[in-house]
Design a protein around this ligand. Structure first.
Ligand code: NAP
Length: 313
C-alpha cells in the first residue's frame, strides 16, 4: 500500500518557503483535511478555501495531491495551501504526518479526519494491520491524539470525524477487531461504530481542553468511495448505488457546518447528520465500550506513538 513515510510537499512547486515552522499566528484559521484528493474531502477543502481558511491537505498519491493543491490554490490564494503525503493505513506513516504537521503549524483550528474506505477483499497495510481498522479507526485516533497541543493552542480547536450511518449495523468484535473472519460491510460498519465510540470518549476525557470532538455523517454521497479499495461485487454494488446518491458538495455540508458554525462552538461528543445533532445507535452510546475501546487503542498504538493523548493543560 505504498511507502510508510509521511512527506510534506512544497506547493506551489518551488515557490513556497522551505518547510519551516510558522513563527507567528496567522490571522486566518488553519484546517487539516485528510482524504482531500477526492470526494467529500475535496469538496470540503474547496469550501474551506473559499471561506479563507489556510489548508493542510493530506493525500496518499503525489500526483493527485499536486493536482488538488493547485486547484485549491486558485481558490485560497497562493501560499495558503500545503500538501502532505501519507499512507494513513500505516500507523508509522500517520505518526510521521502528525509530527510534520505539529512541527510546521503551532496552532491548528480544525482537524477533519475524513479519509476512509470500505475494503473488499480484506487487505492489510504495510505494517500488517487490517486496512479498514487502520484507516477508519486507528489513523484518526493517532492524528487527533498527537495533535492535541496545536489544536488547543488557538483556544477553540475542532475535531470533525467523518462517520457514517453504517455504524447503526456495526458490532465490535473484541476478540477480532481486525476481522480475520472478514466481511467488507461488517468491517466497515464496525469501524464507524468504533470511530463514534472513541470520539465520544475523547470528548469526555478531554473536556478540560478547548477542543471539541464530533462525528459527521455526510449522507449517501456520490464520490470515489470504493472505486480503489473495493473489487468485484462490492465495486459493482457501490457503482450502481451511487447513481442514486447526492453530490460530494452536498456531502461536505455537515462537515463544513461542524468545522465552522458558531452555533456548535463548545458542542462536543455529538453525532451530526444534516447539520443536526442526532442520537447515534445504542451501541455507540455505551460508555463502558467507549472507555474499553479507547484504552485498547491506546495500548496498541502508544508504542509507535509516544505522547499519544498525553497532552494536558
Ligand atoms: N460516500 C458516501 O456515501 C459516504 C457515506 C458515509 C460516510 N462516508 C465517509 O466519508 C469519508 C470520505 O469518503 P468519500 O465518499 O469521499 O470517499 P472517496 O471519494 O473514496 O475519498 C476518500 C479519500 O481518502 C483518501 N484515502 C484513501 N485511502 C487512503 C490512505 N491509505 N491514506 C491516505 N488517504 C487515503 C483517498 O485518497 P485517493 O485519492 O488517493 O484515493 C481520498 O482522498 C470516508 O470516511 C467515508 O467512510 C462516505
Amino acid at each position: 500500500m505504498g511507502d510508510s513515510a509521511a512527506e510534506s510537499i512544497p506547493f506551489p512547486l518551488g515557490s513556497e518557503p522551505a518547510a519551516g515552522r510558522e513563527t507567528s499566528r496567522s490571522n486566518s484559521p488553519l484546517a487539516v483535511v485528510t482524504g482531500a484528493t477526492r470526494g467529500i474531502g475535496e469538496a470540503l477543502s474547496r469550501r474551506l478555501a473559499a471561506a479563507r481558511f489556510r489548508l493542510a491537505v493530506v493525500g496518499r498519491d503525489t500526483d493527485r495531491l499536486r493536482t488538488t493543491v493547485r486547484a485549491l490554490d486558485l481558490i485560497a490564494g497562493s501560499g495558503r495551501v500545503f500538501g502532505f503525503r501519507a499512507d494513513l493505513t500505516s500507523p508509522r506513516s500517520t505518526v510521521d504526518l502528525a509530527s510534520e504537521l505539529a512541527r510546521r503549524f503551532p496552532a491548528i483550528d480544525v482537524l477533519v479526519n475524513n479519509a476512509g474506505a470500505l475494503f473488499s477483499p480484506r487487505q492489510t497495510s504495510v505494517d500488517g494491520v487490517e486496512a479498514t481498522w487502520a484507516l477508519n479507526v486507528e489513523a484518526p485516533f493517532l492524528l487527533t491524539g498527537l495533535l492535541l497541543e496545536p489544536l488547543a493552542r488557538g483556544g477553540s480547536g475542532r475535531v470533525v470525524n467523518i462517520g457514517s450511518a453504517a455504524h447503526r449495523t456495526g458490532r465490535l468484535d473484541w476478540d477480532d477487531l481486525e476481522r480475520r473472519r472478514y466481511g467488507a460491510w461488517g468491517a466497515y460498519a464496525q469501524s464507524k461504530l468504533a470511530l463514534l465510540l472513541w470520539t465520544r470518549e475523547a470528548a469526555r476525557r478531554y473536556a478540560n481542553l478547548p477542543i471539541s470532538f464530533n462525528v459527521a455523517h455526510p449522507g449517501f454521497i456520490r464520490s470515489g468511495f470504493g472505486q480503489t479499495s473495493a473489487r468485484g461485487a462490492w465495486r459493482a454494488v457501490l457503482t450502481v448505488a451511487e447513481l442514486f446518491a447526492r453530490s460530494s458538495a452536498a456531502g461536505a455540508t455537515t462537515p463544513y457546518f461542524l468545522a465552522t458554525s458558531p452555533s456548535v462552538a463548545g458542542v462536543s461528543g455529538q453525532y451530526f447528520s444534516r447539520c443536526r445533532s442526532v442520537p447515534p445507535s445504542s451501541r455507540a452510546r455505551d460508555p463502558e465500550a467507549a472507555a474499553r475501546l479507547f484504552d485498547r487503542l491506546l495500548a496498541t498504538l502508544s508504542s509507535v506513538a509516544p505522547g499519544l493523548w498525553t497532552f494536558q493543560r
